[in-house]
Design a protein around this ligand. Structure first.
Ligand code: MSP
Length: 649
């Protein structure tokens, strides 16, 4: 049994988890689950990066202590990893004592081995507060760094790490270990960066309070990256009395990180470790970004995608599958709900789901709900699986998840072709549930069992369900389970409802208001009309609308008669409003700010002639007017005594 230690980056806690974070943890989880079932002794670490200016500022903005913010966001990360079925063995927080001990020990070892490797100096340069790093002169343009974040000329008295001393040792390490950074394009980027020569790195800050005090000089805190990177060893007990796990698991087999932080992991981290005389991680794997409209999804860009509804409605497994199927590992990929829904219907509901229901239903009818009595040791599906399983295993080892899933799909396609060719329904009519039919159906179930065993790391809970339906043991997913012949005969088969019910995509898209769909900040009152109101469209040749166009909008005073929150929605409120002579239902995104009690009896202003729109399945007839302050709605109100139904213009 070989040990396998895999880590994700530890995520900043100034933001709730978004799709980029989800992706990283799902990828690590798929790798960890696969390795475990192949027999490795896996240790999977994830965690939270809690120190530094970003968090200090975000907390100050809310008027709370940084640790309060961290506690709150970490709770959300835990909740998300639970929902996504992430099987990490440990979760490290950089505010924990064990982490602090690890950081102090790392610095102590560096200072002990080579007293000059950390020295006090003065540093002046372009500092990017967003990235918490000094930016090289050649990367600054018009006061901004390469990512467009503002930089400021800053001077600080800092401790420096003699990174320059490691230019050659690092290059030698890359030469001797060409797979140290993966994929190779990323390795090339790192090599050419280091070949330009490394400058010493400032590793302390005086401008920040929220961090680990620098040993021997508490006016400084440890630079956030030196602090954060150490999590990979502090979590194993490095620096504390209980370091058995460190002795067993270090060096890491994979540090899985986004391409934006590959450099910190492939240059700074190995240099720190070399300086401390510790072994280097075996592989830094840099994945691509999830993009929205071709821009990296991130809090600072405000284009965050958090497909929380998708997980709640369609299950974590379908999102896990989508994330790995859609993205060529290492490259960037645009996210859209539409792409998710399309794949769900085509791959999951249709390919996987239909094949399963078709074959289990036939088995149920022809063989009384049991796997057929005669198995089959030689046939074309067996041959297909013997060819595709090695393809799959090779792809998994190469972290080529799309290719791995393709191999599983090829077997599924073969199963469908086999059913079409053999026409089991005809055979049943002709000669009943005889031995030939038994072999045919058993083969279709057995090949699917193997398909599902391949899917196990990707869709762990659906795999259990599917294996149970097929009459297989849901726990039998190890490497032996990938060999032909594992399906018992005469075992109960379950032919029930669709494992992935088909989605009516049009209805779903129309029924989900934009800001509910992805929680992208949007206007507070979700109009989401079925078709955009043509009269409101901006004329092509002018940014202004005419008075006639404005007069087409029927604005009215309305009185709220009843209000209730829309179940499963954080934002939506369903209201019955009166416009004097009639009552109507309006659904509005104001539930984060107003309670039903506050609303009943209140006079508001509505757009009365908007086409109806369905929001979370409820038909909304009109739109409530509200101002939006940082996404927070504030309802427009009218003077007392203005009767409901009065026109507003
Ligand atoms: N705290 C640092 C990492 C320290 S590791 C010692 C950090 N945190 S982060 O929250 O900004 O990012 C965490 C991980 O999520 C990083 O690997 C980052 O690349 C990844 N992603 C953040 N946004 C992403 C996308 N839009 N797409 C895919 N992953 C990206 O960096």
């Amino acid at each position: 049994m070989s040990k396998f230690y895999i880590t994700t980056a530890i995520h900043y806690v100034n933001d709730d988890p978004h799709i980029g974070h989800m992706y990283e943890n799902v990828v690590a989880d798929v790798i960890a689950r696969h390795r475990r079932r192949m027999g490795d002794d896996v240790w999977f670490l994830t965690g939270a990066d809690e120190h530094g200016q970003k968090i200090e500022r975000a907390a100050a903005k809310e008027g709370i202590q940084p640790i309060e913010l961290a506690d709150r966001v970490v709770a959300k990360h835990h909740e998300m990893w639970r929902k996504l079925n992430i099987s990490h063995d440990d979760f490290i927080r950089t505010t924990e004592q064990r982490h602090r001990l690890g950081v102090l020990e790392l610095i102590r070892r560096i200072q002990e081995r080579m007293p000059d490797d950390i020295y006090l100096g003065e540093h002046t340069g372009w500092y990017c507060q967003n990235e918490e790093t000094f930016v090289p002169e050649n990367q600054v343009r018009d006061g901004k760094d390469e990512s467009g974040h503002p930089v400021e000329m800053t001077t600080e008295s800092n401790y420096f790490f003699k990174l320059s001393r490691f230019t050659e040792p690092l290059l030698a390490h890359y030469r001797q270990n060409p797979g140290f950074v993966y994929p190779p394009t990323r390795m090339n980027e790192i090599v050419s960066f280091v070949e330009q020569g490394l400058k010493d790195l400032s590793v302390s800050r005086t401008s920040i309070k929220w961090g680990i005090p620098f040993p021997g000089n508490p006016d400084h805190v440890v630079y956030v990256w030196l602090d954060a990177l150490t999590n990979y060893i502090s979590a194993l007990g490095f620096g504390s009395a209980e370091h058995a796990r460190f002795d067993h698991d270090w060096p890491a087999d994979i540090h899985l990180v986004g391409k934006d932080i590959t450099r910190f992991h492939a240059v700074y981290w190995p240099a720190f470790l070399m300086a401390a005389g510790l072994p280097l991680p075996k592989r830094i794997v840099g994945h691509g970004w999830w993009l929205r409209d071709n821009q990296k999804i991130s809090k600072s860009l405000g284009n965050v995608v958090r497909p929380y509804n998708i997980i709640d409605e369609f299950g974590a497994d379908s999102l896990r599958y989508f994330l790995l199927r859609e993205m060529v590992f290492g490259q960037d990929q645009n996210y859209s709900d539409e792409a998710f829904l399309g794949r769900y219907n085509a791959d999951l509901a249709n390919d996987l789901g239909n094949t399963l229901s078709r074959t289990t239903k036939m088995t149920d009818t022809y063989f009384g709900g049991k796997t057929p009595p005669t198995s089959c040791p030689a046939n074309e599906l067996l041959r297909a699986s013997e060819q595709l399983v090695p393809e799959y295993l090779k792809a998994m080892a190469d972290l080529a998840f799309q290719r791995a899933l393709d191999a599983a799909w090829k077997l599924l396609v073969a199963v469908n072709g086999y059913i079409v060719n053999r026409e089991p329904w005809k055979k049943f009519k002709e000669s009943g549930a005889d031995e030939t039919l038994s072999r045919i159906l058993w083969n279709t179930l057995e090949a699917q069992r193997i398909v599902w065993v391949m899917m196990a790391p990707f869709m762990p809970s659906t795999t259990r369900e599917a294996l149970t339906r097929l009459g297989a043991d849901p726990d039998f997913i190890n490497s032996d389970a990938l060999a032909w012949g594992g399906l018992p005969t005469g075992a109960p088969v379950r032919a029930t409802d669709a494992i992935f019910p088909r989605i009516d995509i049009d209805a779903y898209i129309k029924g989900v208001p934009v800001e509910e769909k992805n929680e992208v900040p949007a206007a507070p009152a979700p109009a989401a009309p079925e078709t955009p109101a043509p009269s409101l469209a901006t004329p092509p040749d002018s940014a202004k609308i005419s008075i006639d166009q404005f007069m087409e909008i029927d604005l009215r005073v309305a009185e709220v008669r009843a209000a209730e929150r829309v179940p499963k929605s954080k934002k939506l409120m369903k209201m019955t409003v009166s416009t004097g002579d009639e009552e109507r239902t309006i659904v509005a995104g104001i539930a984060t700010k107003y309670t039903p009690e506050e609303l009943v009896g209140r006079k508001i202003v509505i757009v009365a002639n908007l086409q109806p729109a369905k929001l979370m399945g409820i038909e909304s007839n009109g739109m409530v007017l509200a101002a939006s302050i940082d996404g927070e709605p504030s309802l427009l109100s009218v003077d007392a005594g203005v009767p409901a139904g009065t026109k507003v213009k």
